[in-house]
Design a protein around this ligand. Structure first.
Ligand code: ACO
Length: 418
């Protein structure tokens, strides 16, 4: 085994080096604190591997993303989201029999306990769908035993019902119940857009595109929300409580919330006369908090393969639906101007998954408030796969250290003397 040598306090420590199946190298520091008393400091964890994982491989330099060894481009063109769910969680693509039984399990568990509908009555009419989603998922833990093996399937089957009910609540329409004769994505679209008074036919092109988008969101190794899931799950918390924390982590604008922020930004640029140069200049200005939303990624430094697939999907969908979207033109022009700019070239900032996903959702008729909810729906199998892997590997309780930089010991001062 290769070793790395660390020199500290006049002594040398040999540290084992772990190499992954794709030749990624990690210095194993598990013995560091015990042997030297020192810890590593890596704010934001950009250099820290928190686990060994066999789920997803990313090469950020080469723009490679694979789930369980399968290229994202291959899965996006040939697989269904349900197959990808199975692949991520069980490690292999399902056989025909396994797929059929998985699909029927997913259909059998879509209903929510009727009492849960009352929770929606308590939320304010303009409640953020991501907050509702997180609260509703956490409340599932009050209905099911923590260690029930069916919980994975329950979670996968019910999230789309919870998501669609949140939307219906936000627009004051009656809930549309799940239908077992529809496939996963059709059922979701039906619950979102059908009303009791009219017949609703799911558009095949919308169904196909949404299925592919969910595949592209399905996992992304140790991103902020997945790391949250592994962190919370490592305490032994039940699946539903844990997934609800993943949803909360995803809601932020620097993570899953970026897809909503991109649309607001594109709208603002359009309203401001499409002055791309002005917004690129604002993004470059250190004294201005504005950033180009949907640009940049912690891992991808040349291109995000998902962004390429989504951009192509946006073009295809609008063409097939015979629609145009002025925001798509704004996005393409902004991308062109930014990619020619020295600031973005030097920092290797490219459009990420969120840059074009909002355009696709808009074309499907999905409201902006639901964009991050759709991200959560897509990311769910990834979160579950990591939760399952973490438990099977018997990961230790996640508990990082810190370097304390506060006051040293000082005496308590009574309030009358402060
Ligand atoms: N616009 C302008 N400048 C940027 C942007 C951006 N979108 N992203 C990074 N930079 C600059 C930073 O200011 C920094 O510049 P400096 O070196 O002069 O200080 C440099 O590029 C490096 O940026 P960091 O913030 O250190 O990179 P980090 O890896 O921490 O951040 C992140 C990645 C959060 C995605 C960042 O690029 C960002 O805020 N992007 C916009 C939000 C976004 O699109 N989020 C979605 C991410 S993908 C996802 O979660 C699905």
């Amino acid at each position: 085994m290769t070793q790395a040598t660390l020199s500290l306090h006049d002594g040398d420590l040999a540290l084992p080096v772990r190499t992954g199946t794709e030749q990624e190298v990690g210095i194993d520091i598990t013995m560091l604190r015990g042997s030297t008393g020192a810890i590593t400091l890596d704010p934001g964890y950009g250099n820290t591997g928190s686990c060994l994982s066999a789920i997803t491989y990313i090469d950020g330099e080469a723009g490679v993303l694979r789930y369980r060894g399968y290229a994202i481009e291959d899965l996006a063109s040939h697989a269904s989201f349900v197959e990808v769910m199975y692949l991520l969680i069980h490690g292999e693509l399902p056989s025909a029999a396994q797929l059929s039984s998985f699909k029927s399990q997913l259909s059998l568990h879509t209903l929510l306990h009727e009492d849960m509908k009352k929770f929606y009555e308590g939320f304010p009419p303009r409640a953020q769908p991501m907050s509702v989603l997180s609260a509703m998922v956490a409340s599932l833990s009050t209905y099911y035993d923590a260690e029930d093996d069916l919980n994975f399937v329950r979670m996968l089957a019910k999230l789309k019902t919870i998501a669609a009910f949140s939307y219906k609540k936000s627009i004051g329409q009656p809930f549309i119940y799940p239908r077992n004769d529809l496939d996963f994505v059709e059922d979701f679209l039906h619950m979102m857009f059908a009303v009791p008074s009219e017949r609703y036919e799911v558009s095949p092109v919308v169904r196909r595109t949404l299925d592919m988008l969910l595949i592209l969101h399905a996992d992304h190794e140790q991103n902020c929300s997945t790391s949250t899931v592994r962190m919370v799950g490592s305490s032994g918390a039940d699946l539903f409580s844990t997934i609800s924390t993943g949803i909360s982590a995803l809601s932020g604008p620097l993570h899953g919330g970026a897809n909503t922020a991109v649309i607001s930004m594109l709208r603002a640029i359009r309203a401001d006369g499409a002055d791309y140069g002005k917004y690129v200049a604002k993004a470059k200005d250190r004294s201005d908090p504005f950033r180009l939303m949907g640009f940049g990624h912690r891992v991808y430094k040349n291109f995000d393969p998902r962004a390429r697939l989504i951009k192509a999907a946006a073009d295809r969908l609008l063409e097939e639906l015979d629609r145009t979207d002025p925001l798509l033109d704004i996005a393409k022009n902004l991308e062109r101007v930014a990619l020619e700019d020295e600031y973005f070239i030097k920092r290797r900032l490219y459009p990420n998954l969120d840059f074009y996903s909002g355009i696709v959702y808009r074309a499907m008729g999905l409201p902006t408030s639901m964009f991050t909810v759709l991200f959560a729906l897509g990311r769910l199998p990834g979160w579950i796969a990591h939760y399952k892997e973490m438990r099977e590997n018997r990961d230790r309780l996640h508990r990082p250290r810190q370097i304390y930089v506060g006051s040293t010991l000082r005496p308590y001062v009574p309030v009358s003397h402060r």
